[in-house]
Every structure is written in structure tokens, then in C-alpha cells.
Design a protein around this ligand. Structure first.
Ligand SMILES: O=C1O[C@H](COP(=O)(O)O)[C@@H](O)[C@H](O)[C@H]1O
Length: 233
């Protein structure tokens, strides 16, 4: 496991925020995919504040999501809606740089539309995909025992195995084409599963987060001390 352990979650997200600044200095559109759920909210709040709110050249960054739930943006379950509320409402970013999954639409229609929009990413190769990991080892909306790692499509409709909630997710294949994949995992509740991932061969584990990595680029794990407490350095 290629890991970086930060003393606190705040320090981990500040490192990511600083990297946003650096990416945004490149004189080209940079395609970044965000994760959802609870973990990255601290990142979005941090980016919305000084110095990052003005240090990032937002016009150069294009934002996408690893997955979203089929709910309207106003629903607290919407991964896009949370970023809108915590970040986009507080910065100056062109609307055309935001490539959200439309959770309010018909899911089959949205899968087709979103898949077409992905053609805006050169060679379907993201500059940076930031992922989270659920306590069950899922990442994006790719869940244990129901993920087709060889699905040739760019995006897929998924169903949360416990709640039945419908989602759209990037496929494993699309994620693995990225130049860089960073798993941001924080908090003591993820310590046991991280220990398993750090010590066992991914092929012996059912967890998509353990298996999915950039094929030709970098894969790294940004952890805070609580999440990494059972991992020996
Ligand atoms: O359902 C989801 O869960 C994962 C992990 O979420 P967290 O609340 O444990 O941080 C997240 O990465 C994914 O985008 C989300 O839709």
C-alpha cells in the first residue's frame, strides 16, 4: 500500500487542497473526480476558505464525481449537492467546469447522457481521481461481490446492497485509466479494514477499494492517524 499518513484529517485535506493549487497553475483544463459521502466534506470546507478559495485558479479545474445517488441536488444524500453547498457556492467557478451526475433525471437516460459527457475528458483519462472507501470496502458505488471489474463501459448503474438506493458510478475500468488515483480515508471506523487491505493480497479480498488502482499511473492512500492506527509503518 502506497500510503501517506497525516497526523490529522485536516492536514490530509490541506495537502490535497495545496495540490489543487498546483494543478490549477497548469495552463490547460485539468480533470478531477471527487468522491462523495462524509469523508471529503472537510476538504470542500477547507477549499472554500482562505487561502485556497482564491489561490486555486478555478477556471482551469473541471470537476466530476466518482459516483452519485439518484436524488435531486437538494437532497443531503446528493454527492454533487454537498459540494455545491460547501464549496461551489463560495468560489468563482465557471458553470461549464462542473460535470455533475444529474440525480434528478431518469437513471437510464442519465447514464447515457453522462457517458457522452465523459468524452470531454481526453482519452477518458482523468488527471486525478479522488476516491473514498466505505466501511464495507466499496469505492465510488462499486460494491463488494457485485462489481464487474472488466465492465468495458465508462459508467454503470449500481444499487446499494443494503438500502437499495440507486446510483450511477464510474466503472473500475474508467477509474484505472486515470493518471493518478488517491484514496482519502480518515477516522478510526476504517482502521480494521485498512489493516486488512495493507496486509493481505487484494485478490484474496472482496473489496473494490483494495483492487482498483491506476494501471499506468500513481495510486496512493492518504490516511489520518486514526484510520492508520492498526497499520505498521
Ligand atoms: O456511498 C459512498 O460511500 C463512499 C464512502 O463514504 P464515507 O461516508 O465513508 O466517506 C464514498 O466514497 C462514495 O462516493 C459514496 O457515494
Amino acid at each position: 500500500m502506497n500510503k501517506v499518513i497525516f497526523e490529522t484529517a485536516q492536514l490530509a485535506v490541506e495537502k490535497i487542497a495545496q495540490e489543487f493549487v498546483e494543478y490549477s497553475k497548469q495552463d490547460r483544463p485539468v480533470h478531477i473526480s471527487l468522491s462523495g459521502g462524509s469523508t471529503p466534506k472537510l476538504l470542500f470546507k477547507t477549499l472554500a476558505q482562505s487561502p485556497f478559495n482564491t489561490a486555486v485558479k478555478w477556471e482551469n479545474l473541471h470537476f466530476w464525481w466518482g459516483d452519485d445517488r439518484i436524488v435531486p441536488p437538494s437532497d443531503p444524500e446528493s454527492n454533487y449537492g454537498e459540494v455545491q453547498k460547501l464549496l461551489f457556492d463560495h468560489i468563482q467557478i465557471p458553470e461549464e467546469n462542473i460535470h455533475r451526475i444529474r440525480g434528478e433525471a431518469n437513471v437510464e437516460d442519465e447514464l447515457v447522457r453522462f457517458t457522452k459527457e465523459l468524452d470531454l475528458v481526453p482519452n477518458h483519462q482523468f488527471d486525478w481521481i479522488i476516491l473514498g472507501m466505505g466501511g464495507d470496502g466499496h469505492t465510488a458505488s462499486l460494491f463488494p461481490h457485485q462489481t464487474d471489474f472488466n465492465d468495458p463501459n465508462l459508467a454503470v448503474i449500481a444499487k446499494h446492497p443494503e438500502t437499495g438506493q440507486i446510483r450511477i458510478s464510474k466503472t473500475a475500468k474508467l477509474i484505472e485509466q486515470a493518471k493518478r488515483v488517491t484514496y482519502l480515508v480518515t477516522g478510526a471506523s476504517k482502521a480494521n479494514i485498512l489493516q486488512e487491505i495493507a496486509t493481505k493480497d487484494a485478490k484474496d479480498l472482496p473489496y473494490p477499494a483494495a483492487k482498483i488502482q491506476s494501471k499506468n499511473g500513481i495510486t496512493e492512500w492518504y490516511l489520518d492517524r486514526d484510520a492508520a492506527e492498526l497499520i505498521t509503518e
